[in-house]
Design a protein around this ligand. Sequence first.
Ligand SMILES: Cc1cc2nc3c(=O)[nH]c(=O)nc-3n(C[C@H](O)[C@H](O)[C@H](O)COP(=O)(O)O)c2cc1C
Length: 190
Amino acid sequence: MTIDALLTRYSVGPKYLAEPGPDDAQLALMAQAALRAPDHAELVPYRFKVVRGDAKAQMAELFASAARAAGKGEEGAALDAERALKPPVTVAVVARIDLGHPQVPAHEQWAAVGGAIAQFMTAAHALGFGGKMLSGAKVRNPVIAAAFCGPGETLLGWIALGTPAKRPSGPARKPAVAEVMEDWHSPCKP
Ligand SMILES: Cc1cc2nc3c(=O)[nH]c(=O)nc-3n(C[C@H](O)[C@H](O)[C@H](O)COP(=O)(O)O)c2cc1C
């Protein structure tokens, strides 16, 4: 049931992601779910770039050379390359925020991007896949960002996807509902 998927999704890190990753049809369902997220003026301020097959080795080389350029040794470069190679499928999330939009401020467009990521990941979970959204300093590396983004776009991060090889010992702790939702009353005296 949909509500079960919403209530039980949890992130699965790349270490615990095994083959198989999602295929074309399953990735298309995830993108369709993302497109159902609330999106003011239907700007669709994001794109997904799927990294799989041979492209994983290309992303690994990109990560490794960025690591070397940043002064990391061969061990650090190999570690960064492994981040590209380990997940069966990686989906880069690229935001395209229109800062001059007359109707929709940037924060609303970012909210739409976040909603799309959540829907994408919940769809992955509902289809039996595990995944985790990851960013880190790499998204701010200009060479890496340029490999994924066009002019004016922002590399938000990557969703690592695969079959969960192990459930996490416990899902991430979440606050009680009462901590995030309460009745509102006007602060103005009637
Ligand atoms: C845009 C974005 C970037 C993130 N980057 C990282 C990251 O680099 N490293 C990390 O451990 N978690 C990162 N997270 C958080 C995890 O994806 C995950 O949501 C968090 O660990 C909570 O786990 P849960 O999804 O099971 O609740 C990021 C989340 C978002 C939305």
